[in-house]
Write a new protein. Structure first.
Lengths: 446, 311
């Protein structure tokens, strides 16, 4: 089976690796323009949020029945994508799988960006964001929201550590090599590199720390998405009141996260000219991984929909019929087929695991994953136990308003901005680890 | 019938007026505004009021404000504690409900809600294809195992010793988890500036009536906890013209019909009429009991939508 082109015996030297990886950080034309664009989007959409703050959540499409809408669906999506950090750098890292070396940092950057903004999205959804500190002052630990706040902040912290700690040797190189960097950046590299000069003792301590964090983040990563699923599963509503929501969400998160990583890999490979590092091998392996997690997710979907669909209890009956062939059928089947089943069929073929095709497939998977969250959150709210009566017409349907969509665009722009800035100030491919994995001697000057 | 109702409310007005203004200052809060409104249905904008020292004055209707004498801290404290020794229950006799909706409007009046905001909502129900339809008033069920208070991250919604589930909109962060958790869809959210927000903005917040309402917070039925403190029946119960509601104390095993004023044994009422609770399979243990729509108190030919059958 493994008749892939073996990683070519490269003619890479440590100097060349350094140059290739550090070069785009300083000389990437268009990056500034992209950042300006993102900031403009954030400002414009920030104005939409200002209107929401001023006039209340009534400017959204949400009403008393669909009281969680686009924001919460998007929150679940962000949490899901962020789980890729735990999957790649931790689970595969602990298994000492070596092809992840050049992409583990991208995975970690995605994790940090998405989980940080996920926390913010919850605040954007609050009716009284000015009272957010009540969660600390009057916090009740019986509420799954408290669990969510706890695990999200913990996951953000540990993910940030898992981004920075393995980067210490690289930062020591940045300190030396990036002579054109601004004084602030030089200071940042100086502080974060902690005087690392790659002595055997430093090396040993650093790797011990990293491995500890890698073990630590597994339960935290599982917890963050399991708890997010419990926000729904802890209620008595048809469609949410199920016992498999925890693992179902975790499996779905691996799908969304892997797809996001593949897209980011492609982007950095092309734009940062990293073809020698993020090679076809990484795309091929990620393709296989995506098939594996999609299959697991498909299995959970079968359980989630087939079992209640077989019994058709009164409440489930209305809900499932709406999903299977009612108002939600297009979104439901599109997310299942385009976001899961067809990608599985395509990606078992080697030729679809080449960088460009797999990137395009991943775009569908990621979009499907987003719409899947939408289908999980909103239809259930439209199908309460008791009939919806004596309320205006717009209570009975849910269409996100322009303001709601703008605020959601804001959150996406913010994620992209964080990813862009992190990839601008930090090397996106680990320099030292890459050299070490290729058996090239590493030298870091004091 | 319409004539009668308006007379009735005028009488009620005079009564509450006497208690609240005449009798030395314990101003009986929110009924005043509702009553004043009823009185001011006439084009005149001025209302006659008796001051504490016995003078009759004319006041602009718009000047009237529900008043609360206690400071916020005291209201919050007693609101969270509840009324000791009580265990409030409601019984709703479905055979008598003919969708008059007086309960809904009285409630909206009391709690400063818009016409589309329901602490209590009269639903038109039909349990299965061939069963008879019926009207079902649905307030908060004040569950003894409340799914809503469990999930609140800040203890803004809570259950107190007398069984009532309240919401503190001074603390609510507007996450709406309680709305998602409630299987009875009993909670509403103030999506925009509440009704008459400007008018009531200086009013001290009374947790037992959840007024004034606040933008960005959740609101819900409170069994009119402020009225219970004054030994009155909840607004909806008093307003019903058809004898649908009984309300009382389970500890005393007594419930009073809001229309007839008749007090009966709670246990016997439930036992004799096969009382039940809503969706008991969910384990929420409601405090609102329903009596099945059997032997209707009005002509019923299976067609609920034909108004003539109902009044």
């Amino acid at each position: 089976m493994n008749d892939l082109p073996k990683q070519k015996e490269t003619n890479l030297s440590f100097e060349k690796i350094k140059k290739d990886i550090l070069h785009p950080m300083q000389n990437h034309k268009g990056l500034e323009l992209w950042i300006v664009f993102l900031i403009t989007v954030i400002s414009v959409c920030g104005w939409a949020y200002y209107i929401q703050l001023k006039d209340g959540l009534g400017v959204t499409g949400m009403r008393d029945y669909v009281s969680w809408g686009l924001y919460i669906a998007n929150f679940v999506f962000f949490v899901a994508v962020s789980l890729v950090g735990m999957l790649i750098s931790s689970i595969l890292g602990l298994l000492r799988i070596d092809w992840i070396t050049p992409i583990s940092r991208i995975a970690e950057i995605i994790a940090v960006a998405f989980v940080a903004v996920a926390g913010l999205v919850i605040v954007l959804d609050m009716g009284r964001p000015d009272r957010v500190l009540n969660v600390m002052i009057h916090g009740r630990f019986q509420s799954p929201i408290l669990w969510d706040v706890t695990v999200i902040t913990t996951y953000l912290t540990v993910s940030a550590l898992l981004l920075i700690l393995p980067m210490i040797p690289d930062l020591a190189i940045c300190k030396k090599e990036l002579t054109k960097a601004s004084p602030i950046m030089k200071k940042l590299y100086n502080i974060l590199s902690l005087g690392y000069i790659n002595t055997p003792e430093q090396h040993k301590h650093l790797h011990k720390m990293i491995r500890t964090l890698m073990v630590l983040i597994v339960p935290i990563g599982l917890a963050i998405h399991t708890v997010t699923s419990w926000l729904f599963a802890a209620t008595l509503r048809n469609g949410w009141d199920t016992t498999i929501f925890g693992p179902y969400f975790v499996a779905g998160a691996f799908v969304a996260g892997s797809a996001a990583l593949i897209i980011a890999m492609y982007f950095f490979r092309v734009n940062y000219k990293l073809q020698d590092y993020i090679t076809d091998l990484q795309f091929d392996k990620m393709g296989k991984l995506l098939v594996a997690v999609c299959l697991v997710y498909l299995y959970f979907n079968l359980n989630e929909f087939l079992v209640p669909g077989y019994k058709m209890k009164t409440g489930d009956d209305i809900h499932l019929k709406e999903l299977f062939y009612g108002n939600w059928a297009i979104m439901f089947w599109a997310s299942q087929l385009l976001g899961n089943i067809i990608p599985i069929i395509l990606l078992v073929n080697k030729k679809f695991r080449k960088p460009l095709p797999i990137m395009i497939i991943s775009l569908f998977v990621l979009a499907g994953a987003w719409f899947k969250r939408y289908v999980i959150v909103i239809p259930t709210m439209l199908h309460p136990h008791l009939p919806i009566q004596n309320v205006p017409e717009n209570f009975v349907h849910y269409y996100p308003s322009a303001i709601e969509i703008s605020v959601t665009v804001l959150s996406f722009a913010l994620v992209l901005l964080i990813i862009t800035v992190l990839s601008k100030i930090f090397p996106v491919v680990p320099i030292v680890e890459t050299a070490e994995s290729k058996g090239i001697e590493v030298k870091i000057d004091a | 019938m319409k004539e009668e109702t308006s007379n009735n409310s005028r009488r009620k007005f005079l009564k509450s007026f006497g208690i609240s203004v005449g009798a030395a200052g314990v101003v009986s809060s929110f009924s005043l505004i509702g009553a004043a409104k009823a009185a001011a249905k006439k084009p005149a904008e001025m209302v006659n009021l008796l001051t504490q020292d016995g003078q009759l004055v004319q006041v602009d209707k718009n000047q009237l404000r529900p008043t609360v004498n206690e400071p916020l801290d005291e209201l919050q404290k007693r609101g969270r504690e509840g009324i000791p020794g009580k265990s409030f229950v409601m019984v709703i006799d479905l055979s008598k409900c003919r969708n008059a909706r007086k309960c809904m409007s009285a409630c909206q009046n009391h709690h400063q809600l818009r016409a589309d905001q329901h602490h209590i909502n009269v639903l038109q129900m039909q349990d299965a294809d061939h069963t008879a339809p019926y009207f079902m008033p649905k307030p908060c069920q004040h569950c003894d195992n409340p799914p809503c208070t469990k999930v609140c991250p800040v203890d803004a919604t809570f259950k107190r010793q007398d069984g009532i589930v309240l919401i503190d909109n001074e603390r609510c962060i507007g996450c709406r988890f309680c709305i998602a958790a409630c299987p009875y869809s009993a909670r509403i959210f103030q999506w925009t500036e509440p009704k008459d927000a400007e008018k009531y903005k200086d009013l001290t917040y009374n947790i037992e009536a959840n007024v004034p309402q606040k933008k960005g917070t959740v609101s819900k039925c409170l069994f009119s906890a402020d009225r219970l403190r004054e030994d009155k029946l909840p607004s909806c119960v008093s307003a019903c013209p058809n004898g649908v509601y009984y309300f009382g104390d389970r500890n005393e095993d007594a419930v009073t019909n809001g229309t007839s004023g008749e007090t009966v044994r709670f246990s016997k009422l439930i036992e004799d009429n096969a009382g039940y609770t809503l969706m008991e399979e969910l384990g929420t243990k409601p405090r609102v009991y329903y009596l099945p729509p059997k032997n209707r108190a009005f002509e019923f030919n299976g067609d609920l939508l034909n108004e003539e059958n109902l009044h």
